[in-house]
Design a protein around this ligand. Structure first.
Ligand code: GUN
Length: 296
C-alpha cells in the first residue's frame, strides 16, 4: 500500500549558515577587540577554471563578512606541482596564515595527494592531509572536510535520528564520500558506501533513512529510489544546458522525503560556513600541538 505523502522540508542552508556565521563573526570580533589580529585563510587557485574562480570568490566574500582575512594565491595553469608545493610551503611558514585551502580540481599533471601532503596539518582546514584523514578514521580530533561537516550540521539542525539508522552514501571521494561515511558511522548510523560499481543501487537506496548523493551524475537518484520519510542530501552539482542540476531528482523527492537539500542554498553555503569555522578553530589552536575541534 502506498504510504501517506510526507511534508518535505526543503533545507534552507543559507539561513542555517547565517545563524552560524553570526556566531563566528562575534567570536572573531572578540579576538580583535582583545588586540589580536583576525583569523586568516589562504586560498590557492591554479589555472583558470571558471567554477573554481566563482567558488573562491564566494569564500573570500564569506571571510570578509565575518571579519576574517582572506588571501588569494593564483598560479598560472602552466604551474608545476613543485610550484604549487613551494607556494604551500611558504604559507605553512607564514605565521599570519591560519588556514590553507588549495582549490580542486587541479590541472592535469599535478597530484592533489602530494599537494595535500605538503600542507601543514595544523593549517589543513580542508581535512585532506593524510594525518587529518587518518585521525578521522581513527576517531581522533583533527580537521575534517567542510562539506561533510556541513551535512552533519544540517542533519543535526533538522533533528534527523542517526543512531541505528541506515545511511547510504553514493560516492567515495576523499573530500565528501569517505569522510561523510565516517562521520555518519561515528554518529552510530549503519553506513553503506556505494559507487560506480555498486550492484542494484536503487534497491540499496530504497533502504536508506539517510541518503547522501555525492557523485556528480545528474538526477541519478530517482523519486522511486527514496524511502518515504528519508533525509536526502544532494551534494552533486552539474550544469545541464545552463541549468544547475544535482544528483537527485529533487522535485520528485518532494512529498516522499522528510528533508531534501536544494541545488542552490542547500549544502553549498554550509560548506563555506564550515570552512570559516575550521579557520577560526585553526587560529584559536595556533601554537598548540593538536587541533581542538573533533567533529561537527
Ligand atoms: N573544490 C570544490 N569543493 C572544494 C572543497 O571543499 N575544497 C577544495 N580544496 N576544493 C574544492
Amino acid at each position: 500500500m502506498p504510504s501517506e505523502p510526507h511534508q518535505t522540508v526543503v533545507v534552507d542552508g543559507l539561513a542555517l549558515s547565517r545563524e552560524i556565521r553570526a556566531r563566528l563573526a562575534e567570536a572573531v570580533a572578540r579576538h580583535v577587540q582583545d588586540g589580536r589580529r583576525p583569523p586568516s585563510l589562504a586560498v590557492v587557485l591554479v589555472g583558470d577554471d571558471r567554477a573554481s574562480a566563482a567558488y573562491i570568490k564566494g569564500k573570500r566574500r564569506a571571510c570578509e563578512r565575518v571579519g576574517m582575512n582572506s588571501v588569494e594565491h593564483r598560479l598560472e595553469a602552466s604551474a608545476t606541482e613543485a610550484d604549487v608545493i613551494e607556494t604551500v610551503e611558504g604559507l605553512n611558514r607564514d605565521e599570519a596564515v591560519d588556514g590553507i585551502l588549495v582549490q580542486i580540481p587541479l590541472p592535469d599533471g599535478i597530484d592533489p595527494n602530494r599537494v595535500a601532503e605538503a600542507i601543514d596539518p595544523a593549517k589543513d582546514v580542508d581535512g585532506l592531509h593524510p594525518l587529518n584523514a587518518g585521525r578521522l578514521l581513527l576517531g581522533q580530533p583533527g580537521w575534517v572536510a567542510c562539506t561533510p561537516l556541513g551535512i552533519m550540521k544540517i542533519l543535526e539542525h533538522h533533528r534527523i535520528p542517526l543512531e541505528g539508522a541506515n545511511a547510504v552514501v553514493i560516492g567515495r571521494s576523499a573530500i565528501v564520500g569517505k569522510p561523510i561515511s565516517l562521520l555518519l558511522q561515528r554518529a552510530h548510523a549503519t553506513v553503506t558506501m556505494c559507487h560506480s560499481r555498486t550492484r542494484d543501487l536503487a534497491a540499496i537506496c530504497r533502504e536508506a533513512d539517510v541518503l547522501v548523493a555525492a557523485v556528480g551524475v545528474p538526477r541519478l537518484v530517482k523519486a522511486d529510489w527514496i524511502k518515504p520519510g528519508a533525509a536526502v542530501i544532494d551534494v552533486g552539482v552539474s550544469v545541464i544546458e545552463g541549468e544547475l542540476v544535482g544528483d537527485v531528482d529533487t522535485d520528485g523527492a518532494r512529498g516522499i522525503a522528510s528533508i531534501v537539500t536544494p541545488h542552490r542554498r542547500g549544502v553549498g553555503p554550509m560548506t563555506i560556513t564550515m570552512l570559516l569555522q575550521n579557520t577560526l578553530g585553526a587560529y584559536e589552536c595556533a601554537g598548540r600541538p593538536r587541533p581542538r575541534i573533533a567533529s561537527s
